[in-house]
Design a protein around this ligand. Sequence first.
Ligand code: MBD
Ligand code: FE
Length: 304
Amino acid sequence: MKHTDIEALVKKMNVDTAKGAVDKRVQEVVVRLLTDLFKAIEDLDLTQAEIWKGLEYLTDSGQSNEMGLLAAGLGLEHFLDLRADEADAKAGISGGTPRTIEGPLYVAGAPETVGFARMDDGSESDTVDTLFVEGSVRDTDGNIIEGAKVEIWHANSLGNYSFFDKSQSEFNLRRTILADAKGEYVAQTTMPVGYGCPPEGTTQALLNKLGRHGNRPSHIHYFVSSPGYRMLTTQFNIEGDEYLWDDFAFATREGLVASVIDVTDSTEIEKRGLNKPFKQIIFDVVLTKDNADAPTTEIERRRA
Ligand code: MBD
Ligand code: FE
């Protein structure tokens, strides 16, 4: 079928016959997407079986709760970051900590404390390095932001996240820390290991067909917010990981690569109440001011 005939066909199905209340935005989006889909079916000469296979794939992905993972793995979530960066630049926003993807594994409602939180439940502390993640929250002029809400979440030493991994305790490796009077936060936790897609899952099945792996480098996620500032969704990825610049979710960015400091000094160890050397990562955060000229950075999406 000619592309012009496809355009006419889609318009007829979705616009002319619309009766009653119409959501103009949904209509516009559906017409455009269907037109592009039909054209792709035509150009690629897809078979009927291939089309059903695609629909079945989306069904399976949804039923196994992997749509969020798929969005990350196909680079859709990273693409949205690049678009948000562009919108920010257009609105004259600069100087904040770079954004990067949220990913599909945030859980709301983590325990909240001021200044300091121990994030791990202790179940791995004998076998896994203790990690202190700490830093300040400031505005782009360098002023501290007392009370800034720093939400942190990360994987355990098997690359698994609590809630999704039912073998972990509730909210393990998930905390909310309010920056103290010096604008600082300190998280005591255990060293995360990079995530790998479920090997038998729908996302990995597609990645296999694309000749791609489904691994992420070791990383720690952040939401940082404070009234009057734009909410920041970001994460740092940890230097030295083999997947640092080969992340299946494309989340690693300049400015978001963390170096690990090995702390072996016995007075430092004692000061932290520990009995063995530990690792330390400094991650300072800079928030930009609220700005009516740029799209909101508080993204509505279904979360656990
Ligand atoms: C993760 O931990 C993650 O951050 C992303 C983006 C996708 C899957 C697992
Ligand atoms: Fe993650």
